[in-house]
Design a protein around this ligand. Structure first.
Ligand code: PLP
Length: 400
């Protein structure tokens, strides 16, 4: 018998706030009835703000981030097209694998799992591509497996500097709604996310931001697709209805989740994630441990992958955290299995929750054999959080 709450510190699905869960507790409704269209249209309008696009359109496919990857590829590219991407963690690896399976020729640049997208190598390849054979560049904005955030704006600059016409695909599954994401400013053509991370809902929706250029490409694309057809789904953006039965409960939850984001303010949501993440990183540093991210400038504000010391198995840390303390940490994926555990710090989260994560992780680490001083990580994070809150209070008082 496990008592108390399960502390969910995985990087998605994230904690669904109580009011979002309650908002989903509604009777089934006619998805072709008069009110339904208004619900969807409101959600689409608000999601455009989350993607920060005024010119692109948002599409909601029943599915998940993986489905949205597939929708992005199959609607805009052609069989045999060459695409450029970096492999620097399990999610970029899976995306490259999917692209290959769907019949694209993938120019993969392998870099360390912990590095960001190699912008200068992208520059070299794109500059050399005089004939414009590279049809798309794929960027995993936030590699959830390693806790690394890459510089999408820099990739856009490279494309522009090379006068290259390739479409820019960005996986924002663990960044959109939590880390600064600017679809229009960065010239993102296909932005991909899901409902279960920064958007604080259950899994069930693959969400896409689609630029005008990508929409135009979809008119000519010859890849096979049926369920994920932009043309059919695009009609939704005009009427608010779906070409097939939508997950109405999740949409009601998403409405409430977007209300929460609007009430807090997207900029504040992003700043909160940055503040909370920094506390977690300070905790990790106080333990004397390294993050998987190779440089502080790459550190993700939604997930921290922590390298365990030699002789400690990260799987043990995770097992102890769960079995003894009812806390769930993310595992090390693929080649990182046993070497890292991950603390997800995104979505509906506050300082107390991050301190719980650090506190349980400290116990689990020590019990798994790590030489860590109890309280060291927690104290470092407390100092950072308290300092931030006190500074905020001082600013508020000065403004009053
Ligand atoms: N891309 C990234 C960066 C992810 O973190 C994930 C899932 O965690 C995916 C893609 C796959 O998304 P989904 O599990 O929603 O299909």
């Amino acid at each position: 018998m496990r008592t108390g709450t399960n502390h969910l510190f995985i990087p998605g699905p994230t904690n669904v706030p109580e009011d979002v869960r309650m908002a989903m507790n509604v009777a089934m409704q006619d998805q072709r009835g008069p009110e339904f269209g208004a619900l969807t249209l409101g959600i689409l309008a608000d999601l455009r703000q989350v993607f920060r696009t005024t010119t692109g359109q948002v599409m909601l496919f029943p599915g998940s981030g993986t489905g949205a990857w597939e929708a992005a590829i199959t609607n805009t590219l052609n069989p045999g097209d060459r695409v450029l991407m970096a492999r620097h963690g399990q999610f970029s690896t899976l995306w490259a694998e999917m692209a290959t399976r769907l019949g694209l020729v993938v120019d993969v640049i392998d870099v360390a799992w912990g590095a960001g997208v190699p912008v200068s190598e992208f520059m070299r390849r794109l500059a050399a591509d005089r004939k414009g054979e590279i049809k798309a560049v794929f960027v995993t904005h936030n590699e959830t497996a390693t806790g690394v955030t890459s510089d999408v704006a820099a990739v856009r600059r490279v494309l522009d500097d090379c006068f290259h016409d390739a479409l820019l695909f960005v996986d924002g599954v663990s960044s959109v709604g939590s880390i600064d994401f600017r679809m229009d400013d960065w010239g993102v053509d296909l932005a991909v996310t899901g409902s279960q991370k920064g958007l604080m809902c259950p899994a069930g929706l693959g969400i896409l931001g689609v630029s005008e250029k990508a929409m135009a490409a979809s008119e000519k694309s010859t890849m096979r697709r049926a369920y994920f057809e932009f043309r059919d789904m695009g009609a939704t953006t005009k009427t608010g209805y779906f070409p097939y039965t939508p997950p109405t409960q999740i949409l009601h939850g998403l409405r409430r989740a977007l209300d929460r984001i609007n009430a807090e303010g997207l900029d504040n949501v992003i700043a909160r994630h940055a503040r909370l993440a920094e506390g977690v990183r300070r905790g990790v540093a106080a333990w004397g441990l390294m993050t998987c991210a190779e440089h502080p400038s790459l550190a993700s504000n939604t997930v921290t992958a922590i390298r365990v010391p030699d002789g400690v198995d990260a799987r043990e840390v995770i097992r102890i955290g769960y079995e003894r303390y009812n806390a769930s940490f993310g595992s090390g994926l693929a080649r990182l299995a046993g070497k890292v555990f991950r603390i997800g710090h995104l979505g509906d989260l506050n300082e107390g929750m991050c301190l719980t994560a650090l506190s349980v992780a400290e116990m689990a680490l020590v019990e798994a054999g790590a030489d860590i001083e109890f309280g060291s990580g927690v104290a470092a994070a407390q100092a950072w959080y308290a300092q931030g809150r006190m500074a905020q209070a001082t600013l508020r008082m000065a403004a009053e």
